[in-house]
Design a protein around this ligand. Structure first.
Ligand code: SF4
Length: 469
């Protein structure tokens, strides 16, 4: 029986390969490091377990059951993978599903769909970790996780709509990999590699470049620029996903940034807590904790992504002194309803992650089918405000084209307005009059008039309203 399982496991993954440059990413700076095994070396035929993997306890101290469909999907497709291997982020990374032939082992696709997806992946590649794949209900074509990770023919048929680089990042690139748009902060892109290629990605244009990591010379040039520009107080390390790099590689960059005196905070943009939370392990958190203040922005889009594993990853970050914020993207058929956003934000608060931004999906080529009208976002915020705690409500923003920056959009609660008064509607639609205090340029003269106009007893005897101008 065990021998049979070994064979099944190796057959399932034997044809999976990784582009050469991606291997460089994982190996980067690690080829001589005995702690960082080269991809493909570890045996997948260790101790096999009889129970469904979903019933296993990850941390050993709490009994945590993933949602039943997740356990069922993982058990159905990955039952031969023991927890020790399943929870090894490098195994997950090495065994990403990147080809349509592999995908058909997990998700039923007609011959026509397969042919279409082959065409799509020639332009926009696919990459899905086994973990993230296990969150998909394979029998539901409308599954919200599936729509984020599995290519769609619409990426090509509507592919002419939109722009390659809608945010104009190329124009704001000051040295390769470093975007300087706002005076006090820069975006530092270390790699274009991500564990999951999200179909709505703003930097989809980079996917065709085959996976790159900045060279040491390029990193030096970025650090030099930051050290020479004293107004920069906030460095955002993003990608691609910077956590695809080894801890040693990351530390080499982060420690250098921390040495620059005028840099106050470092932010890391990563989707690992969502698509491969096993990466957020003790070693990574211990390393990051040395270089605080570090803030981490992640990218949950649907409540089903908030698994026990994801919650544990965020908890490890928080316990290491790294606040975690969420930046979700409003996506058609995935999270474009009040119910979906409320469930997502409530789920985030339960794992102590702050819902920070809800982005209108950028007008990127190949994502038009996932974009919603702007009004949908405003209606969602309106549907949440007053109905749930303010902490659960993200700021809805549009990132303007050509580097115009972020603009927050809110429902309009002002029914009428004059210099003296506003008429406001509340979340129930009831209207209220609100006296506008105005600029109060009369305050000084009113204060001066107090002792001359009134004796203390007479003044205090007046109705309070008379004392207020
Ligand atoms: S993790 Fe971010 S950068 Fe990477 S594919 Fe997804 S949206 Fe794009």
């Amino acid at each position: 029986m065990e021998e049979k399982r070994k064979v099944k496991t190796s057959v399932r993954f034997k044809s999976q390969s990784m582009p050469k440059s991606e291997k460089c990413c994982l190996d980067s700076g690690t080829n001589n490091d005995p702690e960082e095994e080269p991809p493909g070396k570890r045996s997948m035929s260790g101790d096999l377990e009889e129970e469904p993997p979903g019933s296993h306890n990850m941390s050993g101290d709490l009994e945590k059951e993933p949602a039943s469909h997740i356990a069922a999907t993982r058990y159905k497709f990955f039952k031969d993978i023991p927890d020790t291997i399943w929870n090894d982020w490098k195994w997950q990374f090495r065994n990403r599903i990147t080809r349509v032939e592999q995908l058909t082992q997990f998700i039923p696709l007609s011959a026509k769909e397969q042919a279409q997806l082959r065409l799509v992946t020639m332009r926009y590649p696919m990459s899905v970790t086994p973990y993230y794949l296990s969150l998909i209900n394979p029998d539901d074509p409308e599954d919200p996780i599936r729509k984020q990770a599995i290519p769609s023919a619409l990426e090509m048929t509507m592919g002419a709509v939109g722009l390659e680089d809608p945010l104009g990042e190329k124009e704001d690139t000051v040295v390769p990999g470093l975007v300087h748009r706002y005076p006090d902060r820069v975006l530092l892109v270390l790699t274009d590699i991500c564990p999951v290629l999200c179909r709505h990605c703003t930097r989809k244009r980079e996917w065709r470049n085959g996976g790159w990591v900045q060279t040491p010379a390029q990193v030096e040039a970025m650090l030099m620029y930051i050290s020479q520009h004293k107004a920069i107080r906030d460095v955002i390390i993003s990608g691609g996903d910077p956590l695809t790099l080894s801890n040693r590689h990351l530390e080499a960059v982060i420690s250098r940034i921390r040495e620059i005196k005028h840099v106050e905070i470092i932010r890391i943009g990563t989707r690992f807590p969502v698509v491969l939370p096993q990466r957020i392990d003790k070693e990574l958190c211990t390393m990051l904790a040395k270089y605080g203040p570090i803030w981490l922005n992640t990218h949950f889009n649907h409540v089903r992504e908030i698994t026990p594993e994801a919650g544990e990853a965020c908890d490890r970050l928080l316990r290491s002194g790294i606040p975690v914020n969420n930046q979700s993207v409003l996506l058609r058929g995935i999270n474009d309803s009040v119910e979906a956003q409320t469930a997502l934000c409530h789920g985030l608060l339960k794992i102590k992650v702050r819902p920070y931004y809800l982005f209108e999906c950028d007008e990127v080529q190949g994502t038009e089918h996932l974009r919603t009208p702007v009004e949908a976002g405003i209606k969602i915020i309106e549907g949440m405000r007053g109905h749930t705690s303010g902490l659960a409500i993200p700021t809805f923003v549009i990132d303007l084209p050509q580097g115009g920056g972020k603009v927050p959009l809110q429902p309009n609660y002002v029914v009428a307005q004059s210099e003296a008064e506003l008429v406001l509607r509340n979340y129930e639609g009831r209207t209220f009059r609100y006296r506008n205090p105005g600029e109060r340029q009369d305050l000084e003269s009113a204060a001066e008039a107090l002792p001359a106009a009134h004796g203390a007893a007479g003044y205090l005897a007046q109705e309070p309203a008379a004392n207020v101008g």
